[in-house]
Design a protein around this ligand. Structure first.
Ligand code: PFF
Ligand code: NA
Length: 467
């Protein structure tokens, strides 16, 4: 091809590596930790149904848009949006959508690293046999003593961030690609072993029933949560998928690739649910435990069944690997952008940005202990206030960052990316870059992108405002 442009950061050695990287980004704590506990809190099937609809109608078209934009622009998301906007005769301010996405990704990384750090602590705990024969109270107390100890949390958070930074600093092929080629097969093997194991607990059907049985009355509560989670779980709306798209070789079809990624992410979330809930039920526990589900409920179960120690160890290794392959994708858009902007080395830029994220992450560390009483977004009898010390309700700093990113910044970023790809760069550019293998499907895809996905996001925003 005449003007085959390439990225200064590198190119995946094959198109499969994009699938590996995008799946690595998508599959993470969102699937293994968040999805099961949210399904538990929002009552199972109803939440799952809305979640699947949001993935198919909103998440998927936006993921497609991001990949197309990335491969067309061949730069960091910020510069990709800027140059494509200018080429299309539109305002360079479109790049602000990518700046917001980049900030959202770094904010997510700040708390993601802390929670992923818990799994490192649990790997050691499982290895040492701390959970053998453990009862509910002691398991709760162990989790409680971990989250109450800012030093221990900081240690694991630091280690997690350090490894993430080292992978990123080594570059697109020698760092990202090489580590993904090890992490992703490992992740799938571990997950399949665990699923097989949960089938032997004798409570497999009970777990399935919980996940797929639904009660319409439960739907309204879960809708907003499900939509936010659809963005989070697919890593869309932040530029992570876009930046990975910019390293994609030219002659590969985007449509099938993106479908594969979304499908794998969904399969992993459902498999994690199917692997987890039977274990929870087998231990005679409740699925509605919230964020502690994975760190309190599950270890009790592992502590009280044959070979539980081995499977428990495998489980937390799985969590850590899944989290690392996602964490690298949160750092990459910002690193790529600042390398382009300053011309400094990847190592210098990575060190600086990872350090900033690490510092912000200390806020999450402290929100489980020293700052547990600092509450934001409080709404009670005396009305709505941004911040109250010691309020009963409201959100801790960690919960606020989670809320701000997945309920507001990700959907907004995704909306802007969809509008940009659907309405600004032009139909011919989009169609040429997408290069569907079945061109007759194009009108459907384009219609989903231009109308359905933006409307979906807007409906959810408006509902959120008036709820
Ligand atoms: N998709 C990841 C998960 O489900 O755990 C989370 C995530 C990764 C969100 C990358 C945002 C992102 F940029
Ligand atoms: Na996910």
């Amino acid at each position: 091809m005449a003007n085959e442009r390439t990225s200064i950061h590198g190119i995946w050695t094959s198109r499969w590596v994009f699938i590996l990287a995008a799946t690595g980004s998508a599959v993470g704590l969102g699937n293994i930790w968040k999805f099961p506990y949210m399904a538990g809190v929002y009552g199972g099937g109803a939440f799952v149904l809305v979640y699947l609809l949001c993935i198919a109608l909103v998440g998927l078209p936006i993921m497609l848009a991001e990949t197309v934009l990335g491969r067309r622009g061949r730069q960091s998301p910020v510069n990709t949006l800027r140059s494509l906007a200018v080429q299309a005769g539109a305002s360079a301010r479109w790049s602000w959508a990518a700046i917001m996405g980049m900030v959202a990704a770094l904010l997510i990384l700040s708390f993601y690293s802390v929670v992923a750090g818990w799994s490192l602590d649990y790997i050691i705990g499982m290895g040492r046999g701390e959970f053998v024969g453990i009862d509910g109270d002691s398991a709760g107390a162990r989790f409680g003593s971990l989250t109450a100890d800012p030093w221990r949390l900081t240690l694991w958070h630091s280690l997690f961030m350090l490894v993430t930074g080292v992978i990123i600093a080594r570059g697109v092929v020698a760092g990202l690609e090489k580590s993904l080629r090890i992490m992703m097969p490992m992740l799938f093997v571990l997950l399949i072993i665990l699923l097989g194991y949960s089938m032997t607990t004798g409570h497999f059907m009970q777990g399935l029933t919980f996940l797929f049985h639904f009660d319409l009355a439960e739907v309204p509560d879960g809708i907003l949560a499900a939509m936010g989670h659809a963005f989070f779980t697919l890593s869309v709306g932040v530029g992570s998928i876009m930046v990975f798209g910019s390293y994609m070789p030219k002659n590969s079809s985007i449509g099938g690739t993106v479908m594969t990624v979304a499908l794998l992410d969904t399969v992993v979330a459902l498999t994690a649910g199917m692997a987890l809930f039977p274990i929870v039920f087998a231990a005679g526990l409740e699925p509605s435990a919230g964020p502690g589900l994975m760190f309190v409920t599950l270890p009790i179960a592992f502590g009280n069944i044959a070979m539980g120690q081995v499977f428990g160890l495998m489980f937390f290794v799985l969590v850590a690997v899944a989290a690392w392959s996602s964490a690298i994708s949160m750092l990459e858009p910002a690193v790529a952008y600042w390398v382009e902007r300053t011309g400094r080395t990847r190592t210098q830029i990575t060190a600086l940005i990872a350090l900033i994220c690490w510092v912000v992450g200390l806020g999450t560390v402290l929100s489980f202990n020293v700052l547990a009483d600092a509450r934001f977004f409080v709404s009670d009898d005396s009305g709505w206030r941004l911040f109250v010390w010691g309020a009963d309700g409201g959100k801790t700093l960690f919960e606020s960052i989670d809320y701000l990113t997945s309920r507001i910044m990700l959907p907004l970023g995704g909306l802007l990316f969809a509008l940009f790809a659907g309405w600004v760069i032009g139909r011919d550019v989009f169609r040429a870059e997408l290069a569907l293998r079945h061109p007759r499907l194009f009108p459907v895809v384009y219609w989903l992108l231009r109308y359905v996905a933006p409307t979906g996001v807007l409906i959810v925003f408006v509902t959120e405002l008036f709820k």
